[in-house]
Ligand binder design. Structure first.
Ligand code: GLN
Length: 321
């Protein structure tokens, strides 16, 4: 018997309220260090919740395919967790917060050559270098995309223009890749590893695909829409703990404290939150704050969590009916 029961109608109502309340918010601005992102319609806004029985609650621009950007770090972290196991990922990358921006170079120096976590740029580039089969860019790319498809329940589509835009301007990430190579933290060709990272960031997904991914993590590796087992149940809490620790970079503590849900952001405007055992939630809206997290998506997800009085630290068993 659960301590509390939440109805699907309560969730639907909270999602709708959040959408109506924050649709008109004008704070933040589109990422512009990647030129393609600056040109996306700032008004776009959508929210999707996927329950563990596969039911999807969606409102707003939930069909729109936006650049997944750093949310993709989660998918590839899962891939290397599957391929290498939780201990090897801890040894080769780490599971710590940097307390610094997502693309920080000083974080690599401060951590004594360690990329800290697969959820910042350095660790994500290392993760791409680890993806098997080593040495084969095409096969590695296929592994990254099919893993994302299994998690999301349908295939992501490369946004060519975003990939070109990002490849032409990713000078900071090039420095990170070579610095990691210098420290022995790149386990394949560094230029190829960086290119895989850049390409995975340029994949287009919608909020439903991100919410299905989040629900797959919340459901301990079973995709609730396809019914397929995507990863071993024992990895679910590892990935959720990585997300809780650093999903919003230097704002991760404030986020977890105020919203109660581990969530991962991307500068394309996507946010994906995991409520273990209950649901996955995703929201998308392009304007971001100074840390690179979507303003409307944060407001919406936080509102829904608070409205439902839920937190991963709530200490109650909850069931949805
Ligand atoms: N591709 C982006 C970058 O490397 C991703 C950053 C992000 O979404 N926080 O800068």
């Amino acid at each position: 018997m659960a301590d509390r029961i939440i109805t699907k109608d309560e969730i639907r109502a909270a999602v709708k309220e959040a959408y109506l309340q924050f649709k008109g918010n004008r704070e933040g601005k589109n990422a512009d260090y990647i030129p393609y992102l600056a040109g996306i319609n700032s008004e776009l806004f959508g929210i999707s919740v996927v329950l563990l029985d596969g039911e999807t609650i969606s409102i707003g621009d939930t069909d729109y395919h936006f650049g997944i950007e750093s949310v993709s770090k989660v998918h590839t972290a899962i891939l290397v967790l599957k391929q290498y196991g939780a201990n090897a990922v801890l040894q080769k990358i780490g599971a710590d917060a940097t307390g610094l921006p997502f693309n920080s170079i000083i974080a690599i120096l401060l951590e004594n050559d360690h990329p800290s976590t697969p959820l910042v740029n350095a660790g994500a580039i290392t993760a791409c270098s680890m993806v098997r089969p080593t040495g084969d860019a095409d096969a590695k790319w296929n592994a990254i995309v099919s893993n994302m498809e299994e998690l999301a329940g349908s295939a992501p589509v490369l946004i060519d223009e975003l990939y070109r835009s990002e490849s032409d301007t990713n000078f900071n990430n090039r420095s990170i890749a070579w610095l990691l190579k210098n420290y022995g933290r790149i386990y394949d060709d560094p230029i190829m590893s960086l290119d895989l990272y850049t390409r995975q960031c340029s994949l287009g997904v919608n909020t439903v695909q991100l919410a299905v991914t989040a629900a797959t993590i919340a459901g301990r590796g079973i995709n609730p829409v396809t019914g397929k087992k995507v990863f071993d149940a024992s990895l679910a809490h590892k990935i959720t703990s990585l997300i809780a620790t650093v999903g919003f970079y230097e704002r991760s503590g404030d986020w977890l404290y105020s919203s109660g849900i581990p969530a991962k952001s991307g500068v394309g405007g996507g946010v994906m939150g995991i409520m273990p055992g209950l649901f996955g939630i995703a929201s998308f809206s392009p304007p971001i704050d100074a840390a690179g997290n979507s303003v409307r998506a944060q407001l919406a997800v936080r509102y829904i969590m608070n409205k439902l009085d839920l937190s991963v630290f709530g200490g109650q068993t909850v069931s949805i009916e």
